[in-house]
Design a protein around this ligand. Structure first.
Ligand SMILES: [Fe+2]
Ligand SMILES: [Fe+2]
Length: 364
């Protein structure tokens, strides 16, 4: 379900300087903001990787090479870059940095904790997670440093201790993280390629780093692809098909509603949020067919009509939220839109999926 927006405006807070950035209050948690996850560490430790051990070992060897060891180094282009943004662009760009930093950091926490907790019993898996935690820490740190160019910083220690953690059993962690890595790859590379063709729209030098950066995300996604193939029960059978559909839909719908709600950020880059998301969703869906048994029928026009209805309902929910009415009246006004969202999501979920082998052999 896709309820109230991430756009609910937060109270104005003081802004520091790049030298002494103010700690930013964390954004209010909604279903559209990045989550922190925890899982069953014993089940992860006990996982038998033999069915796909050679591929996992090869991926771990890639991680060891640490291709981006020297990539995330700030250069002189960052000096004064923040001052060139107009106030409106500045606001949406800082929101983008904050959301990206939080989701990179969420990956770091999960991978770090996994590597620590399964080290003794499952050293290969633990090592892969440790390398991925290294990458995500770099990504989060780089984004947080860019936030400090705008006089703000996220207190990652505070977030670690205070944000709610969602428990997912290992199979759900695989679906959710696989999709977030692959969608992250397509999001970053799409922006990078667009700005390569339209250098005037490059509003901040961080985008120059996206090409190598997204290769990290691509490798992380490949790791989860190999991991699911090592545990075939996660991607075969009736139940797995249902969960793959569910996670694909949840990830796509959340991204679409969130991105359209903050389309000003994409406009600042010279992109249309809807077209951009359509491209990212189509590409991620096609990529997912390499490992998921089914994917969504994103070529069906009804898929997009229904996503637009979610956008409209979400807009109405935000308006109800922003009104000065007492809480019970607000809830009453929101009720029909919550119901409408649930109905649209159910209809989307029930749309006939596409068997992934339809993409073979080109993709699989
Ligand atoms: Fe990352
Ligand atoms: Fe990643």
């Amino acid at each position: 379900m896709v309820p109230p927006a991430a756009t609910a405006s937060a109270p104005v807070q003081p802004i520091g300087t790049p030298e002494a950035p103010a700690i930013k209050d964390p954004a209010k948690d909604t279903i559209l903001t990045p989550r922190f996850y925890t899982t069953d560490f014993d089940a992860m430790a006990a996982m038998d990787l033999r069915p796909n051990e050679a591929e996992l070992e090869a991926i771990c060897e890639e991680f060891r090479k640490d291709y981006n060891r020297h990539h995330f180094v700030r250069n002189e282009e960052f000096e004064g870059a923040a001052d060139k943004l107009d106030p409106e662009t500045r606001k949406v760009f800082v929101e983008f940095l904050e959301q990206s930093c939080t989701s990179e950091f969420s990956g770091f926490l999960l991978y770090k904790e996994l590597s620590r907790r399964i080290k003794e019993k499952n050293p290969l898996l633990a090592e892969c997670f440790a390398h991925m935690a290294r990458d995500e820490a770099r990504h989060a740190g780089f984004l947080n440093k860019s936030m400090s160019d705008f006089g703000l910083q996220l207190d990652l220690g505070f977030l670690t201790a205070n944000k709610a953690y969602t428990y997912f059993k290992p199979a759900y962690i695989f679906y959710a993280t696989y999709l977030s890595e692959k969608i992250g790859y397509w999001r970053y590379i799409a922006i990078y390629r667009h700005l390569e063709k339209n250098p005037d729209s490059k509003i901040f030098p961080i985008f120059n780093f996206f090409e190598n950066w997204c290769q990290d995300e691509n490798r992380h996604g490949d790791f989860f692809d190999a991991l699911m193939k090592a545990v075939p029960s996660t991607v075969t059978g009736f139940t797995a098909k249902l969960w793959c559909r569910f996670f694909l839909l949840a990830v796509f719908a959340t991204m679409y509603v969130r991105d359209v709600a903050r389309k000003e950020f994409y406009e600042a880059l010279g992109l249309d949020a809807r077209e951009y998301d359509k491209y990212v969703i189509e590409k991620t869906n096609e990529t997912s067919a390499r490992v998921f048994p089914v994917v969504l029928d994103v070529e069906n026009p009804k898929f997009w009509v229904r996503l637009e209805r979610l956008v409209n309902n979400n807009q109405a929910l935000s308006e109800a939220d922003a009104s000065s009415a007492p809480a019970p009246i607000k809830a009453l006004r929101k009720l029909p839109y919550w119901g409408a969202n649930a109905l649209e999501m159910a209809k989307l979920f029930l749309m006939a999926p596409i068997a992934s082998n339809r993409y073979q052999p080109a993709v699989r």
